[in-house]
Design a protein around this ligand. Structure first.
Ligand code: BTN
Length: 251
């Protein structure tokens, strides 16, 4: 059940993909492929990632043979850009739910959680040229068998195999994930994708605190809008609209 070129051809054909045993960042490789004209749905996959990029300038290191590391190239209409993050998070949730997991949710905006711990992160990157959207790279990392004990992530991160008590085939998981993404792409701009994302958000109704443009906001997460912004009722009763950030819950 090794992840390699042969297992990926077997599971992903006829999708165009590039597989790397080791990569610095699959998002960077996918951005380069996008600039060379990669078609929608093309995927860059790695077994090990040395300089993976996370949200808000963080790093995302992945040891060999422990995770799904994939970046998918998409060519959405510009008005659907806001839903690309939702597409990634929802497709990952669907993949995990298909394994029989019940406690799967999304911490706004796009951390996928299993049993309340982070199992996956999503990093979309759009490329604009002369005011036109050239395309998007949707990077996704899913912890499959990464051991977080004795690391700083021990109390916040989780991997699928130990959590579900099963051995998983990463090529099969990727095939399922990418098929769900193909399906989701058909629903970009519709309320069904938005509702699939919103219904899995475990942030709504919670007390949250976060930084918005350098300003700290605390309050109740009352809702989200169609662009994915979080609507927070702050302590003065004002509704604040937050487009990006990292929330602490229960503060
Ligand atoms: C996050 O901070 O939660 C997002 C993490 C995204 C990591 C993935 S792994 C595949 C792709 N390549 C990267 O360099 N980053 C993304």
């Amino acid at each position: 059940m090794t992840l390699n070129q042969t297992s990926l051809v077997e599971h992903l054909a006829p999708r165009p993909f590039r597989f790397y045993q080791q990569a610095d960042s699959t998002n960077d490789l996918a951005l380069a492929w996008l600039s060379q004209g990669a078609p929608s749905g093309a995927a860059v996959i790695a077994d090990e990632q040395l300089k993976g990029r996370g949200r808000l300038g963080r790093s995302w290191y992945t040891p060999p043979s422990t995770a799904l590391i994939v970046s998918v190239i998409l060519h959405p209409a510009p008005q659907h850009l806001a839903q690309i993050t939702m597409l990634g998070a929802v497709s990952i949730c669907e993949m995990i739910e298909s394994l029989g997991a019940s406690n799967v949710g999304i911490k706004w905006p796009n951390d996928v959680q299993l049993n309340g711990l982070k199992v996956s992160g999503v990093l979309p990157e759009a490329v604009w040229e002369g005011g036109k959207l050239r395309g998007v790279v949707l990077g996704m990392g899913v912890n499959v068998r990464q051991d977080f004990s004795h690391t700083e992530l021990a109390t916040t991160a989780i991997s699928l195999e130990p959590a579900l008590g099963k051995t998983l085939d990463r090529s099969e998981l990727l095939a399922f994930l990418l098929a769900r993404m193909d399906n989701g792409v058909e629903h970009l701009g519709t309320s069904s994708l938005f509702n699939a994302w919103k219904s899995r958000l475990n942030t709504l109704g919670q007390s949250v605190s976060l930084l918005n443009n350098g300003q700290s906001i605390s309050g109740i997460a009352e809702g989200v809008d169609e662009n994915g912004a979080l609507l927070v009722r702050d302590r003065t009763g004002q509704l604040q609209r937050v487009l990006a950030g990292d929330i602490a819950m229960g503060s």
